[in-house]
Design a protein around this ligand. Structure first.
Ligand code: SF4
Length: 347
């Protein structure tokens, strides 16, 4: 006779409510829920045995039902500029990427939300992969836990940006759950909401969800006309045309002292002319925002090229003269394909 044993519950996969149910099932007092979550998110333990404020008997009871199924150790590619690209294997063998970008005293982590992407932005390697599946909340959070594991003892991630592989708002439920685990100060990782940014290619009808989460919103604009956006981001612009997106941005309930970020990938000879810059200035008129210019990072077989330094400077100058804060984002980690638009299983 073969004995069938129930599969162990992965504690990392449980949100607060699921963990509370497990604790109730064990007949434990409710405060155990917070204790266990703190071990996972605040202390980053990999083993139930490390939960030292649980008695040996309680640890044994928990171990009979559950384990801590964290992601395997990452394969890390290090760029000459200090950027680190993490290649992470998921339970089903798929791979995702996450990037740690040091800049002065800041350390930003770029987090993925899907394996591949639903969308097909022409300038993005991830878009060329198509969508394989959405990431679960714990697979999103585990990218941050894993990065924290490999930091120097005095290292600290100062910003999180959901700008890696995938469109976050196409996986809204799991992304929202992940944000709660990352930001909850009581039992989660306690990451400040003002230091977390979710970037969307333009799901205008879902922007309010980001406002509800209290984190920052970045919108990938990338075009100065509807026709250009159709060419560069065809699926997104068909779903939510440029005027609809801009109207949603204007209606966005920005808290005081915050502003929207518009990302604009500069593609040489495509959307980087002085006329484009002037049109962008007009499109964003009246929106409290800053603009990040991202000079295109080449990848094999891409039809686009990097803009010239002259074109980048001229674009920035025109928008600055119109009163916008405009930053040119340096390409980080291009030698390990860790820069914007370069994520997609290239190692
Ligand atoms: S730019 Fe973002 S939304 Fe567009 S294909 Fe790439 S990952 Fe998807």
């Amino acid at each position: 006779m073969s004995i069938v044993t129930a599969p162990l519950t992965n504690l990392v996969a449980l949100n607060f409510e699921n963990m509370a149910s497990l604790v109730a099932r064990l007949g434990w007092p409710a405060y155990r829920t917070t204790q266990i979550l703190q071990w996972i998110y605040q202390h980053g333990v990999h083993d139930i045995d490390q939960m030292s404020n649980l008695s040996l008997i309680d640890r044994e009871a928990l171990r009979s039902l559950a384990d801590i199924g964290r992601l395997q150790s990452p394969h890390i590619l290090k760029s000459v500029d200090g950027t680190q690209k993490f290649l992470l294997s998921l339970e089903d063998g798929l791979t995702i990427e996450s990037v740690l970008i040091p800049e002065g005293r800041r350390l930003t982590q770029c987090v993925s939300t899907q394996v591949g992407c639903t969308l097909d932005c022409g300038f993005c390697l991830t878009g060329h992969m198509g969508l394989t599946r959405n990431l679960k909340a714990h697979e999103i959070v585990d990218q941050v836990l894993t990065a924290r594991d490999v930091l120097e003892p005095d290292g600290r991630i100062t910003s999180l940006v959901f700008m890696g592989m995938g469109e976050p708002l196409a996986n809204l439920d799991e992304v929202s759950d992940a944000v709660i685990r990352l930001t909850n100060a009581d039992w989660g990782m306690g990451f400040p909401k003002k230091r977390l940014t979710i970037s969307t290619a333009g799901f205008s009808q879902r922007l309010h969800a980001i406002a509800d989460l209290g984190v920052n919103l970045a919108v990938s604009l990338n075009a100065s006309t509807a026709e250009q956006r159709d060419r560069l981001m065809p699926t997104m612009n068909r779903l939510h045309p440029l005027p609809e997106l801009l109207a949603a941005c204007r209606a966005y309930p920005l808290p005081p002292h915050r502003r929207l970020t518009f990302e604009y990938v500069l593609l040489g000879g495509e959307n980087d002319s002085p006329q484009d810059a002037k049109r962008v200035g007009q499109l964003l008129q009246g929106i409290r925002c800053k603009i990040n210019l991202l000079p295109f990072n080449a990848f094999p077989n891409s039809p686009f090229r990097r803009p010239t330094e002259t074109a980048i400077t001229a674009f920035q100058t025109i928008l600055r003269q119109k009163g916008y804060d405009v930053f040119v984002r340096k390409s980080r980690g291009p030698d390990v394909f860790g820069a914007c638009g370069q994520l997609g299983n290239v190692s």
